[in-house]
Design a protein around this ligand. Structure first.
Ligand code: GRF
Length: 207
């Protein structure tokens, strides 16, 4: 029997990308389940979305006395407990160290609201929009990539899509289009990863 893909989603905020994944699992578009949601913050909307979908949530709040690696070690124990096939960083606003990443080679997937190689770090949507108002940027885009190391928003690209910036856009209308594109690309890319995994499983079974 082919197993459904186990997704662990990590979040820090609103969770609209988590919602897109949950919806795609529920309506059968993805042959996958969100088996858990980890957040570095309490009281965020993403947690309510997970709870509504009956998905287990864990909040791992950083302690003042621990450094990044110590925090990530705590994260690893919790993440391994969910036995995920893939860890999806859907607006998880922390850089993960090798302490965490080494446990999930080729299995950590990040979403970056800019085209590959552009606008690394936070507030990429706002920065792209500001550059368009300075009259030189006509578009931005979104990227889904693997996270092999501690590079911020770098790593092998799994998919990307261009999002135009129109002359009459406001930051709100542009952000809205960016988020829609993020939801689409993230779900499509996870779909491709699930199909790859299914293929590998069926080869193993037939051997
Ligand atoms: C997204 O724009 C993502 O690319 C960025 O943070 C935002 C998260 O949005 N890293 P949401 O929490 O999924 O609504």
């Amino acid at each position: 029997m082919i197993d459904r893909t186990r997704l662990l989603v990590m979040v820090s905020g609103n969770g609209s990308n988590l919602q897109a994944i949950l919806d795609a699992c529920a309506d059968g578009w993805l042959t996958a389940d969100v088996v858990g949601v980890i957040s570095n913050k309490a009281d965020i909307h993403a947690l309510a979305r997970a709870t509504k979908a009956n998905v287990a949530t864990v909040v791992v709040t950083p302690k003042s006395e621990e450094d990044r690696r110590q925090y990530d070690r705590r994260l690893v124990d919790i993440a391994l407990g969910f036995t995920p096939d893939f860890v999806i960083l859907a607006g998880f606003m922390r850089v993960l160290s090798m302490e965490f990443l080494a446990h999930f080679p080729q299995r950590v997937v990040n979403l970056h609201p800019a085209l590959p190689g552009e606008l690394f770090g936070t507030r990429a949507i706002e920065r792209a929009f500001a550059e368009s108002r300075d009259n030189w940027r006509t578009h931005s885009g979104v990227t889904v990539h693997l996270v092999p190391d501690e590079g911020v928003d770098t790593g092998p690209v799994l998919g990307s899509a261009i999002v135009p910036i129109h002359a009459d856009d406001t930051l709100e209308t542009f952000s809205e289009r960016m988020h829609q594109q993020e939801h689409e690309l993230l779900v499509q890319t996870i779909g491709a990863l699930c199909r790859q995994q299914t293929l590998l499983q069926s080869k193993e079974i037939s051997q």
